[in-house]
Design a protein around this ligand. Structure first.
Ligand code: TXD
Length: 321
């Protein structure tokens, strides 16, 4: 049986961590692509030279040629620039949309049967553009945001309650921006509602709500919190881990229930847009969208987030993409 193959488009911060995580888990052979000469070759040589120590047998190679991504089962895209001082949001959108268009053309030509996970920002617009340019079926083009945002929310809850983070189930829906929607009512610790545990801890419903509101606010701003500390660039360890969980679910046909940015065709009253919702990920990519009931307040927050996504996509289309 031949090994699976994952192509990574973008050999920057996230791309490098992705390559190492895939190797350590022996998830698949790795091809790391970047337009910068020698960079992907250097990173993969460095990773591969640890194979004796870490004991992995998968191939890890770098390239500047799209031909080398042929026969990839999964493609993970991180290509794109982060925002620099003096750059407007439109500037970033234009720059990254140009990059994403070229990536979609390359992947369409050389890995036409792959399942694609997009990480590049602005996420919701980049997933939309990749699908449009590649013409791939919607189930094979998925964005990563919800797994990371949910993991951040879960971490804050675990730290607050002083319990193991793996016992926390909490999901974040909506677009990947300030309007994202952490679902408080469904958040639980092995089935016990988080709000109930907070109310017991503080013996005060108002205080419990205040603590939860602060965790929700921190989740929404979590990307910015890391950017502020790093000074240059944005989070890269956790976004890579998040995409790996999605890739593992797909390659292993695991039917994992993960929040992903997927194309909605009427679900959640949204038609024709990519938005973060609970999905079932398996061998066919996004195999199903799970619709959970939202109360009035949650639906309003979700609609607000969808509005931010439709505005972003309209801005992108206004720029000619
Ligand atoms: O959860 C999420 N979705 C995210 C997304 C969380 C954090 C960061 N997120 C975004 O991922 C971030 O805003 C960026 O748009 C991407 C990649 O982040 P990373 O930190 O890896 O950025 P780098 O280090 O700048 O790497 C980008 C690489 C760099 O090596 C460029 O040379 C390359 O992309 N690049 C290209 N590769 C292929 N093809 C083209 N055209 C290209 N242009 C640049």
């Amino acid at each position: 049986m031949s090994r699976k193959k994952i192509a990574l488009i973008g050999g920057g911060q996230i791309g490098g961590v992705l390559a190492q995580l895939i190797a350590l888990r022996e998830l698949a052979d790795v091809v790391l692509f970047d337009i910068v000469e020698d960079l992907p070759q250097g990173k993969t040589l460095d990773i591969a030279e640890a194979s004796r120590i870490d004991g992995f047998a998968v191939a890890v190679n770098g390239t500047n040629d799209y031909k080398d991504i042929a026969d990839s089962d999964v493609v993970i895209v991180t290509a794109g620039l982060p925002r620099k001082p003096g750059m407007s949001r439109d500037d970033l959108l234009t720059t990254n949309a140009k990059i994403m268009k070229s990536v979609a053309e390359g992947v369409k030509e050389f890995a036409p049967n792959s399942i694609v996970i997009i990480i590049s920002n602005p996420l919701d617009a980049m997933v939309t553009l990749f699908q449009k340019v590649s013409g791939f079926p919607h189930n094979r083009v998925i964005g990563q945001a919800g797994v990371l945002d949910s993991s951040r929310f879960s971490s804050f809850i675990a730290w607050e309650l002083d319990v193991a983070v793996k016992d926390i189930n909490a999901m974040v829906l909506g677009g990947h921006g300030d309007t994202m929607v952490p679902l408080v009512r469904y958040a639980n610790v092995n089935g016990v509602p988080v709000m109930e545990l907070l109310e017991r801890k503080y013996n005060d419903a108002a205080k419990a709500k205040e603590v939860m509101d602060a965790m929700v606010a921190r989740t929404k701003a979590a990307g910015g919190e890391v950017v502020k500390l790093l000074k240059t660039g944005s989070a890269f360890y956790s976004p890579a881990s998040a995409a790996i969980q999605m890739a593992e679910a797909i390659l292993g046909d695991q039917k994992r229930v993960l929040a992903s940015c997927v194309y909605l065709d009427g679900e959640y009253n949204v038609k024709g847009y990519y938005v973060g919702v609970p999905t079932v990920l398996g061998a066919n990519g996004c195999e199903r969208i799970l619709e959970v009931s939202l109360n009035e307040e949650e639906q309003a927050a979700f609609d607000h987030s969808v509005n931010a996504v439709t505005t972003l996509v309209a801005d992108m289309e206004g720029l000619g993409f």
